[in-house]
Design a protein around this ligand. Structure first.
Ligand SMILES: NC(=O)c1ccc[n+]([C@@H]2O[C@H](COP(=O)([O-])OP(=O)(O)OC[C@H]3O[C@@H](n4cnc5c(N)ncnc54)[C@H](OP(=O)(O)O)[C@@H]3O)[C@@H](O)[C@H]2O)c1
Length: 339
């Protein structure tokens, strides 16, 4: 099988580090270049990266000399994977596209562009099909980390949901490795994350809706969100109340969630979790310290009352919410012959 050659922008950041890790020994994706901020260009990855995530810097990456974000440094790759900060990403990604390079990006600009698929693979891999009509280079966006976790948790119920009320409890790592000061969050809770609530409502509506050429039809349900930053390192949680089309028995909902499978599972893709939604019966689950899975969402506190389904969902913001989706999207694109 021909290997897909990729480069990683923002490879020294939290999301970038996870991409570097997930792509070590990948059966059909090869890392051809790694990039960081201008001050690190030319230096060896292993010498400058501050490795925050689990395990060690993968051997293959240690000696790679970091390159810039300039298109000339990415000429020999099939897809550029971007984990740049939002404000840096917009002009850099535009230049890469102008130079004819394909991009999959974790940054927020252009997520709601009708020409850009916003992909959470198990939820809406079908939206990638619009790329078959593209003549030139394409841009694919990953959703915001919390939108990724929520849309996966509710996907099996989505056709029957009429309204959603969500409160998120989001880890500090969601703000990047320089994102939030220890003094601001230690022993504290901050009930505001700039732009987050609107992103979750809009992006969920795009991913759960339909996509055609140059247009998308939103899912069309009201999604009301309160986003809260909590002093947890890894793992975003969401307390979800879904108003349904009728009354459901809790066992019916549990079966729908735990039985859910999608193309990544059917095609047995390397990064696909065997069970994308893990329902836990323990009464105090899910907890970030005990129940965090890298690619699956864990769901607990499942109950029904009248037409309301309640659940608490937990997901890994850096992997399911970012790096893991990027890699899984590439794997889906290879499986459906878009690469
Ligand atoms: N953290 C999450 O949970 C999460 C989840 C979903 C999506 N995202 C999105 O993913 C992206 C990356 O997030 P992150 O948390 O990994 O951020 P991060 O930890 O702050 O990492 C940022 C990366 O971008 C590089 N960079 C910064 N300025 C640059 C410049 N001017 N030119 C080239 N490279 C530059 C940094 O390199 P240096 O090391 O050299 O500074 C670093 O590699 C963001 O758009 C974020 O919104 C994050």
């Amino acid at each position: 099988m021909d290997k897909v050659r990729v480069s990683i922008l923002g490879s020294t950041g939290l999301v970038g580090q996870w991409m570097v890790k997930l792509l070590a020994n990948h059966p059909f994706i090869e890392v051809a270049a790694l990039s960081a901020s201008p001050g690190k260009v030319g230096q060896r990855y292993g010498d400058v990266v501050k490795w925050f995530i689990e395990g060690d810097v993968p051997e293959y990456a240690r000696g790679i000399r970091l390159v810039s974000t300039d298109p000339a440094d990415h000429r020999n790759v099939d897809v550029v994977l971007s984990a740049l900060p939002n404000e840096v990403a917009e002009p850099v990604e535009a230049r890469l596209l102008e130079a004819g390079l394909n991009v999959i990006s974790n940054a927020s600009p252009r997520r709601m562009d009708p020409n850009v698929p916003l992909i959470n693979p198990e939820v809406n891999w079908q939206h990638l099909e619009v790329l078959r009509d593209f003549k030139g280079p394409w841009l694919v966006k990953n959703p915001n980390c919390t939108s990724a976790i929520i849309t996966l948790a509710i996907k099996p119920l989505a056709d029957h949901i009429r309204e959603l009320y969500i409160t998120t409890l989001q880890a500090v790592s969601g703000a990047g490795y320089l994102g939030l000061s220890y003094l601001a969050i230690e022993g504290n809770v901050i009930p505001f994350i700039k732009g987050e609530e609107d992103k979750i409502a809009a992006e969920s509506n795009k991913m759960l809706g339909a996509m055609g050429r140059g247009e998308f039809t939103p899912w069309g349900r009201p999604v009301r969100v309160t986003s809260i930053r909590v002093p947890v390192r890894y793992g975003h949680m969401a307390s979800i109340f879904a108003v349904m089309d009728r009354e459901y028995d809790v066992s019916e909902v549990k079966q729908a969630l735990s039985g859910f499978r999608s193309l990544p599972q059917e095609a047995n893709l390397p990064t696909a979790p065997p069970r994308p939604i893990i329902v836990l019966d323990r009464q105090d689950a899910p907890q970030p310290a005990k129940d965090l899975d890298h690619m699956a969402v864990t769901v607990g506190r499942l109950s029904t009352s009248g037409r309301v389904v309640r659940m608490v969902a937990l997901g890994d913001n850096l992997v399911r919410g970012a790096a893991g989706i990027t890699v899984l999207t590439l794997e889906v694109m290879k499986a459906i012959k878009l690469l």
